[in-house]
Design a protein around this ligand. Structure first.
Ligand code: FAD
Length: 398
């Protein structure tokens, strides 16, 4: 049996684990780290995006080496209107995360092709029999169980493509909801990575986690054809099924991920309840860990639990909006909720995505006639209406 020792063992070299490793390498070069990832590559197979307003200066500095594309503004399109928002937008990729973490950490601090079997606050057992003793263990192996959460699903297939000629799209289209509304709220998301290179993702806010990639790929082909584009090469593809959370039992969720150990990322429930995006929360948590003096296993475990509980408590408003989307709106009319939202003030929209909505923002979002049946909206807001379904399954293939 091989034995390894380190100050901090980070389990899972995905988004959250990678960002914690980067933040600690910068802020605490005195610590020995061990980043343990089951795949050969760190970060999986993702394009991750974020708004400039999602993160503050320290977060932007942490993300800077990962950014592969940046745009000063983005567009949204709905049946009734279109809008350009002057909020900057960025994309990072798994390849770049892998590269940046390998540059920031000594080679002996990265253990890829290593699957974790079990862990405690200070020990880790790998499938190959290696035992790791650490000052602290942080479990960032992705979301484990959603059975204690309720809501719906955001599912998508995305394709990065090289076209025969320039596409003419200058900035991201974060939501093109002018497409047929199928399987709930559907929109297409476009990132122009170059004049003749585009990433197109077909997304559904659906009641079901079931995904049929070939059907969605065919719809991406239709979208491409409708714009008069011709694909000469598919450069990459990704898909995901993410929870959109309308309610749940935080304590049970935490216990099901493993008690007494520090958790990060999806495993800690650190994602936006409506968008399912975890990048802004992962950046904030990585910086919070790196700023701590006390990095002992037990202390870090209770810190992460308290941190995640505060986030959960602060997410009540967003969970109510998810409930509005899934319990109050008729599936093919769900787009109206977003259409109305996107008519609001830009600062409010930025704070919403960053998970920093003010009390005034919350009143503004809920004020006026809701774009869903009034009785159902009241039912959701008073908790007396139809209950959202339990999230019993999610899968992501990377
Ligand atoms: C395709 C896709 C696109 C997304 N796009 C965005 C986006 O644009 N913006 C955004 O904010 N969010 C996005 N999300 C949502 C969310 O941010 C991502 O899922 C994010 O990767 C979650 O981070 P994480 O670190 O919790 O999990 P992951 O990034 O999935 O990392 C977990 C890591 O743990 C490893 N692991 C698991 N089990 C073991 C084990 N037993 N031993 C060793 N290693 C293990 C996995 O291989 C993986 O690398 C996207 C999700 C998907 C699926």
């Amino acid at each position: 049996m091989t034995a390894r020792r380190c100050d901090i063992a980070i389990l899972g070299g995905g988004l959250a684990g990678g960002l914690i490793a980067l933040a600690l390498a910068r802020q605490r070069p005195d610590l020995s780290l061990l980043l343990v990832e089951q795949d050969d590559k760190l970060g999986g197979n993702h394009v991750w995006s974020f708004f400039g307003s999602d993160v503050r200066k320290a977060g932007r500095d942490l993300l800077a080496p990962l950014v592969v594309a940046a745009w000063p503004a983005y567009d949204v399109r709905f049946p009734a209107f279109e809008r350009r928002l002057g909020t900057s937008y960025y994309a990072i990729t798994s390849d770049r995360l892998d590269d940046a973490v390998r540059k920031a950490l000594p080679v002996e601090s990265i253990l890829t092709g290593a699957r974790v079997l079990a862990c405690t606050a200070q020990t880790v057992s790998l499938v190959d029999g290696t035992r790791i003793e650490a000052g602290a263990v942080i479990d960032a192996r992705g979301i484990r169980s959603q059975g204690h959460l309720t809501g719906g699903w955001q599912k998508f297939v995305g394709r990065r493509m090289k076209l025969a000629a320039p596409h003419g799209i200058e900035r991201p289209i974060v939501m093109d909801a002018g497409v047929d509304q199928i399987d709930g709220f559907r929109f297409v998301y476009c990132l122009p990575f170059g004049p003749d290179e585009i990433f197109i993702e077909d997304t559904y806010y659906s009641d079901s986690p079931h995904i049929e990639p070939s059907t969605i790929e065919a719809r991406i082909d239709d979208y491409v054809r409708a714009h008069g584009w011709q694909v000469i090469e598919v450069l990459g593809e990704e898909q995901g099924v993410l929870p959109v959370v309308a309610g749940g039992d935080f304590d049970a969720f935490w216990r099901s991920s493993g008690s007494g150990i520090a958790h990060a990322g999806g495993r800690a429930g650190l994602f936006h309840p409506v968008t399912s995006y975890s990048l802004p929360a992962a950046v904030r948590f990585a910086l919070a860990v790196a700023a701590r003096r006390d990095l002992a296993g037990d202390s870090l475990a209770s810190f992460s639990e308290n941190y995640a509980r505060r986030q959960w408590e602060g997410g009540k408003f967003y969970r109510a909006l998810s409930a509005m989307l899934f319990s109050a709106a008729v599936p093919h009319d769900r787009y109206r909720v977003l259409e109305r939202f996107y008519r609001l003030d830009r600062g409010l929209i930025e704070r919403f995505y960053a998970g920093r909505s003010t009390l005034a923002d919350k009143f503004r979002v809920l004020a006026g006639r809701p774009p869903v049946p009034l009785g159902k909206a009241i039912g959701v807001l008073t908790g007396l209406g139809e209950k959202p379904q339990a999230l019993t399954h999610a899968s992501t293939r990377r």
